[in-house]
Write a protein that binds this ligand. Sequence first.
Ligand code: CP
Ligand code: NVA
Length: 323
Amino acid sequence: MADHLLAIDDIKEDFTDVLNWAIEFKRLWKTGDEIASNFMPLDGMAVGSIYEKPSTRTRVSFEVGINRLGGYPLTLLKNDIQLGKSETVSDTAQVLSRFLGAITYRCFSHDDVSELAKNSDVPVLNALSDKHHPCQAAADLMTVLEHFPEKEGLKVVWIGDGNNVLHDLMLACAMMGIDFHYAYPKGYAPDKEVVKRAEKLAQENGSEMVGTTDPSKAIKDANVVYTDAFISMGEEHMTDKLSDFDGFQVNMNLLEGASDDWKFMHCLPAHRGEEVTDEVMDHENSIVFDQAENRMWAQMSLLTYFVDNGAWHAMGDMMGIGY
Ligand code: CP
Ligand code: NVA
């Protein structure tokens, strides 16, 4: 078992169980089951979340999820702490490990979250770096499985930038043996090393992993169509990028090529009118808000799993998750 979650393939052995745990725990909670509402694996534990970039979903879902697990969330915003000013990532990790049961970290450079993990005695969960967004991918695959419990023959398609969200989504689909096609404009391909990892996993799990620069080719018969902002956090100055994404907007015209049962996904925040139209965002086949909610349930499973005090397995046994 991995000590930290830097990228979603860190938990490749247990990924299916993490997702099933989250799906079943959510179901129990929503039916008012007391086993779920009395489940307090983080009782008395403080969990710190460092943010170098803004956040709505990640911050709120971690704060509420940690609370529901009996823990105490401590949100540490960049401007309020010494990290990045007078203190190194390594010293910060060693200090925080003395107080906290786990740390989540949203940063710019992926090297920073790796460095934090390397020097932390407690689990570190990557809450988005320039390279990976594993908590998002866990919620995404949880959402896919809720809407398509039969994953045989399923095709998930990405239309957009070769970014952090794509990286973990391609790894996650490959780990689940789900066919994954991705379309990106020339010059915006995903990271080669991540693609290699995903292709290897897809091969091991018997699924397709296909990249193209033609969105209409990728979207053919897609069950799930996913996009993200063309300009990510930290790239706000790169407005010229937008013109390179002509033809990559997910709109009703492009979706004509998808399967009749298509669902639309987006990690959010969405830039309506850029990567997606209002019509698609607000369509009955859009499941973006289920996805946003599932950030909390997936992260509750991940936190319980990484804190590793026996509670994740005990609750899993109770819920009949077979591991
Ligand atoms: N999807 C996501 O990570 O959203 P936030 O930036 O609001 O946390
Ligand atoms: N790719 C986006 C995801 C935001 C949740 C970014 O990094 O800004």
